[in-house]
Design a binder for this molecule. Structure first.
Ligand SMILES: Cc1ncc(COP(=O)(O)O)c(C=O)c1O
Length: 465
């Protein structure tokens, strides 16, 4: 196959994240050149529904002029400013105030970063600083859940408990511990109710805390609905029980809203949908700016603020910060995004289209390839199994989820084969219309039928987050 000149440059120079580099050298990149609404076009002018909103992020689609204008205005006014030593730009202060006012639970301050990973990494640092300030130097371990996805800095890789992401990078580091995935379909025992399963997971958390020593555990981090690890909503009563254990041992709760936040699960926040009532920190990114520009934030409670403020006074400074913390262009685009969410009642729109979305999703439960179709709001996944009765997965070498992903592409739909288990993620821009929801599921249904009819091993080896 003759590679285009851009493809030749790409394989010469571009090291892609989450890519099999040898396969990429042979096939070259998939190159997309423009977008409009929920659609994007490749270099050959083929049109696709972006059924994963990029990486769960382009909530307002690919052609929102107001976001481009907001960036341009700010670039022409004050293209850069930083937040060190109390410096700010009006848009940054505005955005902090706005985020605190819409946070799902009382939060005190917003600390700006430029990605979800930086938001999570900062939450870990804050938890450590907090416990040092309280003279609890041993209370530093962070607990995450197997299959949780929290990003890829060294601390985040230690939290993201997915083998292909951790093993070859020497993760997790010592201070990071894991508990089981709250996935009822896959891990419940025969006859166990969702509530009983949730109690078992909470009991496992307590056992781990007691085994490690409560005085050594700083925080637990959890996505309200797990995203990249398989789109897994928690079992009923799960977070009520988990939070009770955390409170008992004075352990902080970090709610990772990087995918869930800003309407994805059918409510403004995943905390609302899944009954998380006392997060101490909340991490956000992605839909905060509809991903038009990199920006994220770590929101912290008043109690944490008071403790770290006092320590910063004692030490002379809170010794952390990024060059791009409080970048005014990111803040301007984020404010415009939040304005659009409000003015166009995007939340109301999500609540309407999530009905057909969830009902078309659930219909896939009857497809012979699908073991479980699950989700909430405008996010879902299908888990593919060889035997629906026993839930037996396919041989991993068959890469069935990747086969479905590829058939979807042939049918004009971009979804994502998730890096853990044979699941395919579905997470369209929030602006998707009802008839586009049907187009999406028609294409997915066709792809599933095609894979079912010709199911065979493939040699491609790529895992995509
Ligand atoms: C829940 C969650 N947290 C953190 C991250 C990391 O965000 P980023 O890729 O912007 O660093 C992601 C990315 O998908 C995520 O889904």
């Amino acid at each position: 196959m003759q590679l285009s000149s851009i493809a030749q440059k790409d394989i010469r120079s571009n090291l892609h994240p989450y890519t099999n580099h040898i396969a990429h050298q042979q096939t070259g990149p998939k190159t997309y050149v423009r977008g409009e609404g929920i659609y994007i076009w490749d270099e050959h002018d083929n049109k696709f529904i972006e059924g994963l909103a990029g990486l769960w992020c382009t909530s307002l689609g690919f052609s929102e002029q107001r976001l481009a204008d907001a960036a341009k205005r700010q670039l022409e006014t004050l293209p850069y400013n930083h937040s060190f030593a109390g410096r700010t730009a009006p848009v940054v202060t505005e955005l902090a105030d706005r985020l605190i006012s819409i946070a799902p639970k009382p939060m005190s301050k917003a600390y700006f970063v430029t990605s979800g990973s930086e938001a999570v990494d900062s939450a870990v640092k804050i938890a450590w600083y907090y416990n040092n300030a309280l003279n609890r130097p041993e209370k530093k371990k962070i607990i995450s859940r197997v299959r949780g996805y929290h990003g890829v800095t060294i601390a985040c890789t230690s939290l993201t408990a997915i083998p292909v992401i951790q093993d070859a990078f020497d993760a997790p580091l010592d201070r990071f511990k894991q508990i089981g995935t709250p996935h009822y379909y896959r891990f419940s025992e025969p006859g166990e109710t969702e509530e009983e399963f949730a109690s078992r997971r909470a009991a496992e958390l307590e056992e781990l805390i007691l085994a490690e020593g409560p005085d050594t555990i700083a925080a637990l981090i959890a996505e309200p609905l797990m995203g990249a690890g398989g789109v897994i909503p928690p079992p009923k009563t799960y977070f009520e029980k988990i939070q009770k254990v955390l409170r008992k041992y004075d352990i902080l709760f970090i709610a990772d809203e990087v995918i869930n936040g800003f309407g994805r699960t059918g409510n403004p926040w995943g905390c609302d949908t899944f009954n998380i009532d006392q997060p101490d920190m909340i991490t956000v990114a992605k839909q905060l700016s509809s991903a038009y520009i990199p920006i994220g934030a770590t929101l912290i409670s008043e109690e944490i603020f008071q403790v770290i403020a006092e320590a910063s006074n004692r030490l002379g400074v809170w010794g952390t910060g990024f060059t791009y913390s409080g970048h005014p262009v990111g803040a301007a685009v984020a404010i415009e995004t939040l304005d659009i969410y409000e003015e166009r009642n995007i939340m109301g729109h999500v609540r309407e289209v999530m009905q057909p979305f969830q009902s078309r999703l659930r219909e896939l439960n009857s497809h012979p390839l699908v073991g479980e179709a699950r989700g909430a709001g405008l996010i879902g996944a299908i888990e593919l199994v060889e035997n629906k009765e026993t839930k037996q997965p396919y041989d991993p070498d068959m890469k069935v989820a990747l086969q479905v992903y590829q058939k979807c592409l042939e049918n004009g739909l971009i979804l994502r084969a998730l890096p853990s288990g044979d699941s395919v993620g579905i997470c369209p821009p929030l602006i998707i219309t009802e008839s586009q929801v049907h187009d999406l599921f028609d294409a997915l249904g066709k792809a599933l039928d095609q894979v079912w009819n010709e199911i065979q091993p493939v040699s491609i080896s790529t895992a995509i987050a």
